[in-house]
Design a protein around this ligand. Structure first.
Ligand code: NAD
Length: 386
């Protein structure tokens, strides 16, 4: 029987379960690209809309796994040599982790994980796993592709509006009993007519473009695989061959590509210097796509107007992380892809992937990142090992 080691973020400080402000979440059965939402055969161990991404929620997996005689360990203690994660890793056949509270599966940890067969990301983005080491060890890496793409796209729009309208400082003025409108609006603009460029137009990047169309922005993109002429025409997109040729004219730049060795610190001092003065940089993809301190320099010097997103390195971010106190930041903890709506889908997708694994049936192609000793499925399209 297998040991399944599941790392989730801690419960709310106010206790579990939380008080739910709504009674249901809409049921989404198909995504924009025609992919169907997760449809496990086994009963879900939770009601959609419940908090299942934290330790006590257990992604609703306990009854399914224990019903098959497997052992489920759930912990949030993931870092350092004395952590629960390290203690159980050598015996684990399956590791489940979330990008919001990632159990980093480094090369060294993979070497110690002698029984590990499946590293499952309950969410999207598997860069917390050393994919090359996983491929060499013939570990399958899978994620619940599509499950939270719209959740993140909505967060991008939210962040853009918050930054361009100077919403967060203006809200503080209201809360603090003030009314100085001039202070609020001296950094406030409309998005209408501005230029927006996305680096990466996959599931999230394209969803952001679609949502921005009605706002009346001019839309630009660059990515490894050019979109179809139909989509370019529908959205009035301008394609750029690379990021360097896109950034100089954009009022907004949004990062929507995965993190892998050659995209690490893609946005360094040089790339940031190419950006238009007063541009906004949004990053909900991965923190290490940018050079942390170069971003601080660009914001503090006023070269870029603001930086926003929800991804940090490491996670959880240390209290002294400079983005916490950097001026003109629209940062949140890593929350965009783990709304209660998203959790219902990625928990169901985790169950679907586990069913495939334990039944010995193929895991959906779109869920695969690494399989059979190399990149596979979505991984082959979106990642590079070097
Ligand atoms: P996706 O695989 O659908 O799209 C990524 C696109 O990037 C692909 O189409 C690929 O062709 C393109 N690409 C890869 N490398 C490139 C490069 N160097 N230059 C240009 N284009 C390149 O992925 P997605 O579902 O849209 O997610 C994108 C990323 O967002 C994920 O890898 C993940 O890191 C992140 N994400 C974050 C959250 C969150 O909660 N903040 C949630 C989901 C995903």
């Amino acid at each position: 029987m297998a040991k399944v080691l599941c790392v989730l973020y801690p419960d709310p400080v106010s206790g579990y379960p939380p008080h739910y402000v709504r009674d249901d979440v809409p049921v989404i059965t198909t995504y924009d690209n025609g992919q169907t939402a997760p449809a496990p055969k086994a009963a879900l161990g939770f009601k959609p809309g419940e908090l299942v991404g934290s330790v006590s929620g257990e992604l609703g997996l306990r009854s399914y796994l224990e019903g098959l005689g497997h052992e489920l360990i759930v912990t949030s203690d993931k870092d350092g040599p004395d952590s629960e994660f390290e203690k159980h890793l050598p015996d684990a056949e399956v590791v489940i982790s979330q990008p919001f509270w990632p159990a980093y599966l480094t090369r060294e940890r993979i070497a110690r994980a002698r029984k590990l067969k499946l590293a499952l990301t309950a969410g999207i983005g598997s860069d917390h796993v050393d994919l090359e080491a996983a491929a060499r060890a013939h570990i399958t890496v899978a994620e619940v592709t599509g499950s939270n793409s719209i959740s993140v796209a909505e967060h991008v729009i939210l962040t853009m509006l918050a930054l361009v309208r100077n919403y967060l400082p203006s809200h503080d003025v209201a809360v603090d009993g003030g009314w100085n409108i001039a202070d609020c609006v001296s950094r406030s603009y409309d998005m209408e007519g501005m230029q927006f460029g996305t680096i990466g137009a996959g599931r999230i990047g394209l969803a952001v473009l679609r949502r921005l169309k009605p706002f009346g922005l001019q839309l630009h993109y660059t990515q490894r695989h050019r979109l179809s002429a139909d989509i370019e025409q529908e959205l009035g997109l301008t394609f750029h061959p690379d990021a360097a040729s896109l950034v100089g004219t954009q009022d907004f730049v949004s990062l929507q590509i995965p993190l892998y060795p050659s995209t690490m610190h893609f946005f360094d001092d040089k790339m940031l210097a190419r950006m238009k003065r007063g541009a906004y940089l949004i990053n909900t993809a991965r923190a290490e796509l940018v050079d942390r301190d170069a971003v601080v320099r660009a914001v503090k010097s006023g070269h870029i107007a603001a930086y926003g997103g929800d991804v940090w390195f490491p996670e959880p971010a240390p209290p002294a992380h400079p983005w916490r106190t950097m001026p003109f930041n629209g940062m949140t903890p890593h929350i965009s892809g783990t709304s209660l709506s998203a959790q219902a889908r990625y928990a169901a997708g985790t169950l679907e992937i586990l069913e495939s694994y334990f039944d010995g049936t193929p895991i959906r192609e779109e869920y695969l990142i690494v399989d059979g000793g190399g990149l596979a499925g979505t991984g082959a399209r979106s990642y590079k090992l070097m």
